[in-house]
Design a protein around this ligand. Structure first.
Ligand code: ZN
Length: 192
């Protein structure tokens, strides 16, 4: 049986023996029924030829009834192997669109969990840095600090986002420069 992509772990290349065996059995059964069909067709009504081929008898039975049997056999057996057994074996190895062996499935699952953890930690670090920035502005700049405190009272359990902080800093700089009108436009946006 040639080593095909679907018959081995997509990660470590370990072959799926059960799957290969099931497919091999399916191919062998097909070949066997083909042989039974072919030889029975050949010797039908030809006793001399049947005598010549009698050495095949232990493996391939001769008789007219084996012609329909060799045709119906695969029709019954093939759907069972290829339609039930092979998909069931494949499902056991299925992992996110690819096939993986048990060891690799455990590894892949662990990697996915680790990736989720890392993403979560990054997200938390980012949130913490943002909070530190907001608190830093609150404490270091009385004008901004007052605005942020008022906003946080109106928006409990929320933090001003990056854009808002930048715009507030801009408004403060405008006020310092005497541009009160533009500063007022920004402050109005945040209902100050
Ligand atoms: Zn593997």
């Amino acid at each position: 049986m040639p080593k095909k992509k679907g018959n081995a772990c997509s990660r470590c290349g370990k072959p799926f023996v059960g799957l290969i065996a099931a497919k091999t059995v399916a191919i062998m059964i097909t070949i066997y029924f083909c042989a039974v069909f072919f030889f029975n067709l050949l010797v039908l009504g030809d006793e001399w030829l049947q005598g010549q081929l009698s050495f095949l008898e232990p493996v391939i039975p001769f008789g007219w009834e084996y012609i329909p049997i060799s045709l119906v056999g695969p029709v019954i057996i093939m759907p069972i192997i290829m339609g039930i057994i092979v998909p069931a074996l494949e499902r056991r190895h299925a992992m996110g669109g690819a096939l993986a062996c048990k060891d690799c499935q455990t590894l892949i699952r662990k990697e996915q969990e680790a990736a989720v953890e890392t993403a979560k930690a990054k997200e938390e670090a980012k949130a913490y840095a943002h909070m530190a920035k907001v608190e830093g502005l609150e404490n270091s700049d009385p004008w901004l600090g007052k605005l942020i405190r008022v906003w946080r009272l109106d928006n409990p359990s929320k933090l001003p986002d990056e854009t808002m902080l930048e715009e507030l800093i801009m408004a403060r700089n405008m006020e310092k420069a005497g541009n009160f009108e533009k500063a007022a436009v920004i402050l109005e946006k945040y209902r100050f």
